[in-house]
Design a protein around this ligand. Structure first.
Ligand code: NAD
Length: 386
């Protein structure tokens, strides 16, 4: 019978845990043994006792690693953990197979089965309960609005009191995928006047259905790509978009950016010149901030910069950890749904013909079996030897 172990996450900034007690219970009900490292859920407010009640065994880290057939985590395992893995063991989490080629090569070399939630075919209806990219993006979209509200020195809603009337804050959300739509809904619930924009024409109705205004650009850019994602804009489209968006950005109090294009650097939607045109006290939250750059020129992940004109630019980083309990509950549901899907007769059943497995299975039996991850690993190895 497969033993699944949830460990304490290794990154000190990470407060989520991959299995909450409900997630553990679902696996126990499916006939699996569940081990939880003592204290693994503490930063998300899940005590060891809750796991015991769910039917899991709470053990020390070495026991969990030693006895696990499958280790479930939120982020990728660190070098120390990878060094302790045995051939035939499996790890499941957000491994980032396209951006972590060394890890993927190492897992394959050790004969470890690597399963990554970020490879899931998200449009499959039967995979929706496993979609951790969506559940965690939704958390980030919600939390981004709270972050903006925290840094905005005015009310969000229209307030009429004896001390005067405050106008509602105007919020612009750029990129209306999962995170953007959740940000739109959250800002609306706080009483702001909200507008949204996206390059995918399908986003228009989704934005409007949340009671927000959709910003139409005269440039008429329609950039739906494959699988429901956006394609990268051409240089001309990008210039036209930046120029036209500038007018809209400058007249909003809060701008939240969430734009991503798979496999590419996030597109720059807000230039430094536009930030300089915003009113003092305005707030920009860049959810796409990354070491490679984000949607806002000059934003840095985890840093808040106060521009000379009094505009705060916040490079959002790991917002999910700032809503660790809800994020872990959702992740626990996603991870347990995928694990139960992968198990047959109490054991991991590798089946390359299964569409879900084709997306999530990265390494197995000493090979990198995922084509995209194999290409990324080969490319990075080429770069090392050049
Ligand atoms: P994402 O994180 O890749 O990107 C976020 C948003 O940025 C997208 O809406 C994209 O169109 C937009 N964007 C990219 N470049 C832009 C630009 N230059 N200007 C403005 N916006 C730009 O996307 P996501 O949130 O992961 O969602 C991607 C798609 O997948 C959406 O269509 C979503 O509805 C769909 N989806 C479907 C399912 C499902 O069918 N079950 C599940 C999850 C997501």
């Amino acid at each position: 019978m497969l033993t699944v172990a949830a460990l304490k996450e290794s990154s000190p900034q990470e407060r989520r845990v991959a299995l909450d007690p409900d997630g553990a219970k679902r696996l126990v009900s499916a006939g699996l043994q569940v081990l939880v490292e003592s204290g693994a859920g503490a930063t998300a407010w899940f005590a060891d006792e809750g796991y015991v009640e769910a039917g899991a065994r709470v053990v020390d880290r070495a026991t969990a690693i030693g006895q696990a057939g499958l280790i479930v985590s939120v982020g990728a395992p660190d070098a120390e953990l990878v060094g302790q893995l045995r051939p035939g063991q499996a790890v499941l989490g957000m491994l980032g197979p396209l951006t972590n080629p060394e890890l993927i090569r190492e897992l394959a070399a050790r004969g470890v089965t690597g399963i990554s939630l970020d490879g899931l075919p998200r449009t499959l209806t039967r995979a929706q309960s496993m979609d951790a990219l969506s559940s965690q993006a939704s958390v980030a979209g919600y939390r981004a609005v709270l972050l903006a509200a925290e840094h905005y020195d005015r009310f969000f809603p229209l307030l009429m009191t004896a001390a005067g009337t405050s106008k509602p804050a105007t919020v612009l959300v750029l990129g209306a995928g999962v995170a953007g739509l959740q940000a739109i809904g959250t800002a609306r619930r706080l009483g702001a006047t909200v507008s949204g924009y996206d390059v995918r024409p399908a986003a228009r109705d989704e934005v409007k259905s949340l009671g927000a205004k959709f910003i139409e650009l005269k440039a008429g850019i329609a950039a739906a790509g494959e699988g429901g994602y956006a394609r990268e804009l051409t240089a001309e489209e990008r210039a036209a978009q930046q120029a036209e968006l500038a007018e809209h950005i400058a007249r909003h109090d809060i701008v939240i950016t969430t734009a991503q294009v798979p496999g590419r650097r996030p597109p720059v939607l807000v230039t430094a010149e536009v930030v300089a045109r915003m009113r003092p006290g305005s707030v920009v939250v860049d959810l796409a901030a990354s070491p490679l750059g984000g949607n806002v020129e000059g934003s840095k992940p985890g840093e808040t910069v106060l521009a000379g004109n009094g505009v705060r630019v916040i490079g959002a980083a790991n917002l999910q950890s700032r809503l660790a309990t809800s994020a872990s509950q959702a992740f626990g549901r996603n991870a347990s749904a995928l694990i139960t899907h992968l198990v047959s007769d109490g054991e991991l059943a590798i089946d390359p013909s299964d569409e879900i497995q084709q997306g999530v299975l990265i390494t197995h039996a000493g090979e990198i079996v995922h084509a995209g991850a194999r290409a990324a690993a080969a490319q990075s190895e080429g770069a090392v030897h050049d």
